[in-house]
Design a protein around this ligand. Structure first.
Ligand code: SAM
Length: 274
C-alpha cells in the first residue's frame, strides 16, 4: 500500500474501506483556527460521481444537513473538537478488529479529547495515557515547566489487540546496582512514561518540518502495536515520521496531509519505500 496522499483527511478517510488498517497514529495540530461550518456530508459510491477514490471507484458528495444560521461553531475551542470528531469517527471505522489508535495531543487539550474518544471507542477500549517526557528549551519560572506531551492509546476491541512487548526497545534501570549485572545489561521495558529527547534541531533526524516527532517514539509504537506486513495510517502525517517508522520495520504505510510542504518533505523522506 505504501502511499502518500495530499488532501483533507476527512475526505480521504471517507473513501477508505472499513477495517482496512491495523494501526493509526495521529498528531493533529491544535486548533486549526478555521471556523468549521456545521455541514453534514455523506460520500456515496456512484459510477457517474465527480470524484475518484481508491481503486478508481467514483463517488459523489451529498449534503445531509446544514445547521440553521450556518455560521459554524461557537468558539475556537469548540471548533477544534468539532473538527476532530468526524475524523476520529472515521478512524474508528477504518481500524481493523484488533487495531489500535494512538492520539498525540497537548497536555492542555488531552482531557477534552479523552472524553470524546471514550464516547467514540467506549471507555473499556481506552488502554493507556502515555506521557512522552522530554527536557529541552526554556524553563518557566512561575510554575513547573511543562515538558511532556500525551499520547492516548485506544483499541477497537477491549481484549483482543496487538501488544508485542518483547519487540520493545529496553531502557536502563534507574538503580542498576540493585538488580544484578545480567539484568542491568539487558535493561527493562518502559512504563507509560516515555523519556525521549525531541528531534534535535541540529541532528541527522531533522527534516526541517517544524512539528516533526522523534523516530524513537514512533518506532516503539509501530513495533509493539503492529506486526510486519500490517498497514499503518497517519492522516495528520506532517514530515512522515510514522511512515518512516512503519517502512523501516516492514509495515505498509498510508500517509495523508493537506500541506504542500508536508508532501514535499515526505516524498523525499520516504522515496526508498514508495
Ligand atoms: C503536528 S503536524 C504532524 C507532525 C508529524 N507527526 C511529524 O512527525 O512530522 C500536523 C499535520 O496535520 C496536517 N493537517 C492539518 N489539518 C489537516 C487536514 N484537515 N487534512 C490533512 N492534513 C491536515 C498539517 O498540514 C500538519 O502537517
Amino acid at each position: 500500500m505504501n502511499r502518500i496522499v495530499q488532501g483533507d483527511n476527512l475526505e480521504v478517510l471517507r473513501e477508505m474501506e472499513t477495517e482496512s488498517v491495523e494501526l493509526i497514529y495521529i498528531d493533529p495540530p491544535f486548533n486549526t483556527g478555521k471556523r468549521q461550518a456545521r455541514t453534514q456530508m455523506k460520500t456515496v459510491q456512484d459510477a457517474m460521481g465527480d470524484r475518484v477514490g481508491f481503486g478508481g471507484r467514483r463517488y459523489r458528495t451529498e449534503v445531509l444537513k446544514v445547521q440553521a444560521g450556518g455560521s459554524g461553531y461557537g468558539d475556537q475551542f469548540d471548533d477544534f473538537l468539532g473538527f476532530l470528531r468526524p475524523r476520529l469517527e472515521e478512524a474508528y471505522r477504518v481500524l481493523s478488529a484488533a487495531g489500535s489508535l494512538f492520539f498525540h495531543i497537548d497536555y492542555r487539550e488531552v482531557h477534552y479529547c479523552k472524553v470524546m474518544l471514550d464516547e467514540i471507542f467506549g471507555r473499556p477500549c481506552f488502554q493507556n495515557e502515555i506521557i512522552w517526557a522530554y527536557d529541552y528549551g526554556a524553563r518557566a519560572k512561575k510554575r513547573w515547566p511543562a515538558k511532556h506531551d500525551n499520547i492516548l492509546w485506544y483499541t477497537k476491541d477491549p481484549e483482543q489487540y496487538t501488544f508485542n512487548l518483547d519487540e520493545c526497545d529496553r531502557i536502563p534501570y534507574m538503580a542498576p546496582d540493585l538488580v544484578g549485572a545480567e539484568k542491568a545489561a539487558k535493561g527493562k521495558t518502559p512504563t507509560d512514561v516515555w523519556w525521549h529527547t525531541i528531534v534535535s534541531p541540529t541532528g541527522k533526524e531533522k527534516t526541517g518540518y517544524a512539528t516533526q516527532k522523534p523516530m524513537g517514539v514512533l518506532e516503539r509504537i509501530v513495533k509493539v502495536h503492529s506486526n510486519p506486513g500490517e498497514r499503518v495510517l497517519d492522516f495528520f502525517a506532517g514530515s512522515g515520521t510514522t511512515g518512516e517508522a512503519a517502512a523501516k520495520h516492514g509495515r505498509e504505510f498510508l500517509m495523508v496531509d493537506q500541506s504542500d510542504d508536508a508532501i514535499r518533505v515526505m516524498k523525499q523522506r520516504l522515496a526508498n519505500w514508495l
